[in-house]
Structures are given as C-alpha cells and as structure tokens.
Design a protein around this ligand. Sequence first.
Ligand code: MG
Length: 383
Amino acid sequence: MRKRIIILGSTGSIGKAALEVINALGDEVEIVGLAAGNNWRLLAQQTARFGVEQVAIGAESGYDGLKRDCPSGTKVFAGTAGVAELVAESEANLVLSAIVGAAGLPATLAAAERGMDIALANKESLVIAGSLILPLARERGGRLIPVDSEHSAVFQALQSGRREEVRKIYLTASGGPFRTWSADRIEQATLAEALQHPTWEMGPKITIDSATMMNKALEVIEAVWLFDVGPEQVDVLVHPESIVHALVEYCDGSVIAQLGPPDMKTPIQYAITFPRRVPGLAEPLRWDEIGSLNFELPDFEKFPALRLGYEAARRGGSSGAVLNAANEAAVERFRGEQIRFGEIAAVTEEVCRRHRLIEQPTLDELLESDAWARQEVNACCRR
Ligand code: MG
C-alpha cells in the first residue's frame, strides 16, 4: 500500500533527512502534510517542491509569510493546535513525529488518536506521556515505529525472538564530546564545546543532551515505554565509534545487535518502509577502516543526568514530564549563556527533587507538571 505521510518537524535535522529519503523512495511515498516550528520560508519551499496540500506552522507569527509563499490552494494551519489539527484532518496513514521537545506532544497524541502509524523521532512525547500514548495507539490500532537510532536498532533486533525471551536491552551511547574530560573541566564546558558532537550530526538541543548524557537518560525512559520492559532491563553502554546502535540479550545468552553507519537516514527509511528493506542512501560501513569496536560502562558521577533518567523511569507517573521540562528549560538557559554546563543537570535534579509525584496523571496534569518544572528552573536560576 502506498504510504501517505505527514512530516512533523520538516525543517529540522530529522525532517530534512526524511525529505531526502522520501525523495529517493519515489512513488512509494506521498507527502500529504508538513509542519514546522518557526522556519516558514523553508517550509514554503518544501511545500512547493513536494506538492504538499496541507501545511502547519507552530509559530502563529509565521502564518502570513507561509500563506503568501505557498502555492495557491495550499491549506495553511498555525499554532500548536493548528499542527495537531493538520494531523486530525488529514488522510495520512503514517506520521513522522520529529518536532523537538514537549512541543511535539499534541500532534503525536492526535496521530495516536486517529490510529495512524507513528514513526517516532520525538522521544520527549513518550518520556512525558508514554502512559497515555501507548494505550491510545494500541486501542486505535496504530503502530509505534521508532526512528531514534538506538530504538530502531532494538526494534530490529527484537525480530529475532519473542518479547518474553528478552533478558536485557543495551542502548549504546557515543559518550558525547566530554567522555574523556575530567568532572571539573566538564563543569566549565562552553556552549561551542557542547555543540561539537564526535560522531553524529544533529540539531542543537539533542547535541547538548548528548553532551550531558541526558539524551541517553530520555532514551532509557523511551525504551521502557516502547518495549514494555522494566528500567532494570535497560543498560547503557558507551561505544565511542557509534557503529553498534543497540544490543538485545536473550535468555539463552545470545545477543543480537544492529550495526550501521551513524547516519539518521537509515533508521528514518526503515521506519517508513517497515517491514520491508529497500536500498538506502547511507554509505556502507568499511570494516577495514573501522578496525575495532570499543565498549565501556558509563560514568554516572561525571554524567549525573543519566542517573536522573533511571530515577524517573523507576518512579514513573509525572516524573518523566518534570525531568524533560526541567532539562529543556535548563538547556535553553545554557544556550542563552545564563548558566554553566554543569548546572544543566544540577538544576534539573533540584527541580525533580522538589516535584510531588502524581502516580497516574491525566494529560492536563502532565502539562501542568511540565509548566511547573519550567517555572521552577527559572526560580532556581534567579537564585
Ligand atoms: Mg538516539
């Protein structure tokens, strides 16, 4: 069946890679909707280039420019609600959810509500509201197909056995730019240093999350939701080469890993063409150049964000929403050079510690917890 896809976050790093992948797939995929946060100029170009009929811009201020630059007859939505409306009104059967951060949640929920398959790059939506999205998708018959490289790898490795045969899931981590630095030096790292990822080219927010290892913390929670395992079954392995993306250990001791070049086009394409595989755009691995693959355990002292991820995964309820929102707000402050690198995790931890857990939160309670955490970060930073 021909895939009719909506790309949420089409002007970001994942969205742009997805357009390249879809362009190469040809007639197999039709883009029926595009949405972006702010960059209405690029969104208008993409709309014209791919002949898309419905588009949405998250920032209301972008509406006039987008409307003017899109081909006439294009239906244009605006605002966070407008992005969700685009999903709710469309006839898509697959949604690529690649808006960064909590902002991606409403549209992801709308896709689950409609029973569409969701190619999920927006890990934050599961971290915040996995307890709502998973049952909703199941009830409405939509599948969640991970795009995050580690989770795509787990998803692929899980096809070698049954869920109840899984003993452990290992998510690999490059270790980020500060893997070999001392704790003191990490504390003082500059914005430019945090933005230099050793192996992956990604957007700024996730690159900073990789430097603190909060990205891996969020991925642990994401894995718990996606694969229905306990946090004690998910381990992190530092693997500086970023070739092995994840490993699944089965009860008989066999380990199935997925390997590939560190190029997001591969997991994006797999999520779109699943369950089929078709020729891809990434350069094949060169084993003679790789030589050796290394693994080490993560340093929880140097990267306290990782511990916060496990704590939130164990506590459940509203704690993922608070962890994510506090981190987003702290990263924003760091990007504005208002706090030091070491303070990102410290402030996030402080806010998580003050939060009063809601065990079975509603969507409104999750959104309130999110807003509360952001205010608390501001209060912490003022002191
Ligand atoms: Mg990842």
